[in-house]
Design a binder for this molecule. Structure first.
Ligand code: GTP
Length: 605
C-alpha cells in the first residue's frame, strides 16, 4: 500500500495561488463536495481568510484514482510570507516532493527562490508549475524562460496552469504520482514519527500532527516523545479531510494526527520524534532547523490585571507556533506583561491579532527591537540581551554584536539604481547581482535581476519594506535569512523626565544617529506629555551626558484673576506665594507618564 502514497507540498511566493490550487485538488479528488468548497479552503483561520494570506501550514489527505490505481495524496499547504518560512521548512521535512508555483504575471519572486532553496536542501522532487495563465497580464514565455534557467530544466517540463479556471490541475496530480517518490519506511518496524505541528484541544489535550516514518499507531497505544521521555496515551488517530477525521490506525508513510492525553503544552515539542515506550535504540529523526527569533517586543494587556490570561494565551499559541518565545516582564508604566520574540513584523502582527480574536485580549505592544550579543571585559562568555534594560554599563562592555541577514531582492533592472541607493541608506553591504533569464522579446527595463545584500536586521525593522515597495513601484520582492552576529556601534539612549530616568523609554541606537533620535524623542515627549503645574525638563542622555533636551512650561494659573482694582502690593504678594508653592512642588515633582505618551515615543522611533 505504501507505494500508493505520495506526500507533497506547494511552495510559492506570497499570493501566487497555492491555496487556490489546493482548492482545485480538493475538488478534483472529491475530498470536499462542491457545495462545501469555499475559496482558499485550506486557509482555516478567520484571520487568514480575511487577509487572504496563509499563516499556518495545513495538511489534507486526498484519495485519487489514476489509471485504475488508488492513491493516497497527502498535501501540506504552506504560507508564502518570509516571516512564516519556519512553517514551510517544517512542511518540507514531512514530504518527498514540492510543487513550485509561479505566478505568470509576476515571474520568479524572492520567496520563490528562498522556498526553492529550502526544498533543495531537503532533496525534494520539484514539479514546476506556472499559474494564473488566464490573466491578461500573464507573460508565459518570459516566466518559462526564467523557470527553465533557474531550475535547469527544459521548458516543456513546466506545467502551465490556472488554479482559477482549473487548467493543468489533472496534469499536476499525474506528475505528482509519476515523479514524487513513494515514502520509504515499514509498518512492521518500531514506531517512528516526526511531529511537524500540534494544537491544543480543550477537551482532550495535545493533538500531534505527525508524519509516520516507520511502524503503526492506534487508539490505546502508549507513545513516547524522544527528546524528554514523556509518555502519552493515544486517545484517537486520524487523517485530515481537511477536518480531523478518525481512522482505525496510522501507519508508515502517512500524514495524520494523534490525539493524546497530554495536558502539559510544553511536553510536546514540534520537531521531536515519537516512538513507542518499548522502542529501543530509536534515533531522533532529523527535525528541521531550530529558528531563533531575532525580533523582540513587549506585550502588555490593555487591562492591567489580565497578565495571567495573557500568559495562558501565549502558552497555547506557542503550541501551534513553535517559533514564539516569551518571558515575564514588569514595567512601571504598563504593569505586568511579557517580552516576546518573533520572526519578523508580520509574525508579531499575527500574534497580536490571534490573541485579540482567539483570547479576546487587547494588547499594548512596544516598538520591536533586535536581540544583541554582548561580551563583558571581565568575562570569557558572550550572552544575549533581549531588551535595552539588560544592557550592562558601557564601561564594562568589551563588544556588542547585532544580527545580520542575507537579503535577496528581485527587481526589474529599471529600478536597480533606486534600490541600491535605498539599501545603502539602510546600511546594507552589496554582495552581488545576478540577472534572471529573460525572453529575447522583452524590453531591457523590465528584465529582472536579483540583488544580493547583507544588512543589519535592525534596519529592516524600521520601514525598509515600505520604502522598497515605493522605490520600485511595487515590483521589488524581498526575502532574508539571518546568518551571523557582527559588531555594532550602538549605545543606550536614556530618557529623563523631570530629572528622573524613565527606564521603559530607554532604547539601543546606532552611535551615529543618537543625536537625531534623542532630539526626536524629546520633541515627541514635549508634544504628548500633559502639562504640569511646574516646568518639566525632558532630557535624552548617553552615559550620563545630555544630548538633547526640551522643556514643557508650567501651566499658569492666574492667581490674581479675582483681584479688582489696582492694589499692586496685594497682587505681588499673591504672585510671590504662587512662586514659592511652585518651588516646593518642583522639589517633589514627579510626572506620571501615561501609556499613550510612552507608545507615541516608541512608535516614532
Ligand atoms: P499566501 O498563502 O498568502 O501566500 O497566498 P496563496 O499563494 O495561497 O494565494 P491564493 O491562493 O490565496 O491566491 C492569491 C490570489 O490570486 C487570490 O485572489 C486568488 O483568487 C488569485 N488566483 C489564484 N490562482 C489564480 C489563477 O489561476 N488565475 C487568476 N486570475 N487568479 C488566481
Amino acid at each position: 500500500m505504501e507505494n500508493n502514497i505520495r506526500n507533497f507540498c506547494i511552495i510559492a511566493h506570497i499570493d501566487h495561488g497555492k491555496s487556490t490550487m489546493a482548492d482545485r485538488f480538493l475538488e478534483l479528488t472529491g475530498t470536499v463536495s462542491p457545495d462545501k468548497l469555499k475559496p482558499q479552503m485550506l486557509d482555516r483561520m478567520p484571520l487568514e481568510r480575511e487577509r487572504g494570506i496563509t499563516i499556518k501550514l495545513t495538511p489534507v489527505t486526498m484519495n485519487y484514482k489514476l489509471n485504475n490505481q488508488d492513491y493516497i495524496l497527502n498535501l501540506i499547504d504552506t504560507p508564502g510570507h518570509v516571516d512564516f518560512s519556519y512553517e514551510v521548512s517544517r512542511s518540507l521535512a514531512a514530504v518527498e516532493g514540492a510543487i513550485l508555483l509561479i505566478d505568470a504575471s509576476q515571474g520568479i519572486q524572492a520567496q520563490t527562490l528562498a522556498n526553492l532553496y529550502f526544498a533543495n536542501e531537503q532533496n525534494l522532487k520539484i514539479i514546476s508549475v506556472i499559474n494564473k495563465i488566464d490573466l491578461p497580464s500573464a507573460d508565459i514565455e518570459r516566466t518559462k524562460a526564467e523557470v527553465g534557467s533557474l531550475l535547469k530544466i527544459k521548458e516543456d517540463e513546466i506545467i502551465l496552469a490556472s488554479a482559477k479556471r482549473g487548467d493543468g490541475v489533472k496534469e499536476i496530480l499525474a506528475r505528482v504520482i509519476s515523479d514524487v517518490p513513494a515514502p520509504g519506511g515499514e509498518k512492521s518496524k518500531d514506531l517512528r514519527g516526526l511531529i511537524f505541528d500540534s494544537i491544543f484541544d480543550e477537551y482532550r489535550g495535545v493533538i500531534i500532527f505527525v508524519r509516520l516514518i516507520d511502524g503503526c499507531v492506534k487508539r490505546g497505544d502508549k507513545i513516547k516523545m524522544l527528546s524528554n521521555g514523556k509518555v502519552a496515551t493515544v486517545l484517537e488517530v486520524g487523517i485530515f479531510k481537511p477536518d480531523l477525521t478518525p481512522n482505525k490506525e496510522l501507519s508508515a508513510g502517512l500524514i495524520g494526527y494523534i490525539a493524546t492525553d497530554l495536558k502539559e503544552i510544553n511536553d510536546c515539542r514540534v520537531g521531536d520524534t515519537i516512538t513507542t515506550i518499548e522502542g529501543k535504540d530509536i534515533k531522533p529523526l532529523p527535525g528541521y532547523r531550530d529558528i531563533k527569533p531575532m525580533v523582540y517586543a513587549s506585550l502588555y494587556p490593555k487591562e492591567g490585571n489580565e497578565a495571567g490570561r495573557l500568559r495562558l494565551a501565549l502558552e497555547r499559541l506557542k503550541l501551534n507556533d513553535a517559533s514564539l518565545i516569551f518571558e515575564p516582564e514588569h514595567s512601571p508604566v504598563l504593569g505586568f506583561g511579557f517580552r516576546a520574540g518573533f520572526l519578523g513584523l508580520l509574525h508579531l502582527d499575527v500574534v497580536k491579532e490571534r490573541i485579540k480574536r482567539e483570547y479576546n485580549l487587547e494588547l499594548v505592544i512596544t516598538a520591536p527591537s533586535v536581540v544583541y550579543k554582548i561580551k563583558n571585559k571581565n568575562s570569557p562568555d558572550e550572552f544575549f540581551i533581549y531588551s535595552p534594560l539588560e544592557l550592562p554599563d558601557p564601561s564594562i562592555i568589551e563588544h556588542i554584536k547585532e544580527p545580520w541577514v542575507k537579503l535577496d531582492i528581485i527587481v526589474p533592472v529599471g529600478y536597480l539604481g533606486a534600490i541600491m541607493e535605498l539599501a545603502n541608506n539602510f546600511r546594507g553591504n552589496f554582495i552581488s547581482l545576478d540577472y534572471l533569464f529573460g525572453h529575447n522579446a522583452i524590453k531591457e527595463e523590465s528584465q529582472r535581476a536579483i540583488l544580493h545584500y547583507e544588512a543589519p536586521l535592525a534596519m529592516l525593522l524600521v520601514d525598509f519594506y515600505d520604502k522598497l515597495k515605493s522605490a520600485s513601484a511595487g515590483y521589488a520582492s524581498l526575502s532574508y535569512e539571518f546568518f551571523e552576529f557582527r559588531p555594532a556601534q550602538v549605545v543606550k539612549l536614556d530618557i529623563f523626565v523631570a530629572e528622573e530616568k524613565v527606564e521603559s523609554l530607554a532604547t539601543i541606537v546606532y552611535e551615529d544617529t543618537v543625536q537625531q533620535v534623542g532630539r526626536r524623542i524629546a520633541e515627541t515627549l514635549k508634544e504628548v506629555l500633559p502639562r504640569q503645574m511646574f516646568e518639566v525638563k525632558i532630557q535624552a542622555a548617553v552615559g550620563g551626558k545630555i544630548i538633547a533636551s526640551e522643556r514643557i512650561s508650567a501651566m499658569r494659573k492666574d492667581v490674581t484673576a479675582k483681584l479688582y482694582g489696582g492694589d499692586i502690593t496685594r497682587k505681588m504678594k499673591l504672585l510671590d506665594k504662587q512662586k514659592k508653592r511652585k518651588k516646593e512642588m518642583l522639589k517633589s515633582a514627579k510626572v506620571d507618564i501615561p501609556p499613550e505618551a510612552y507608545l507615541a515615543v516608541l512608535r516614532k522611533k
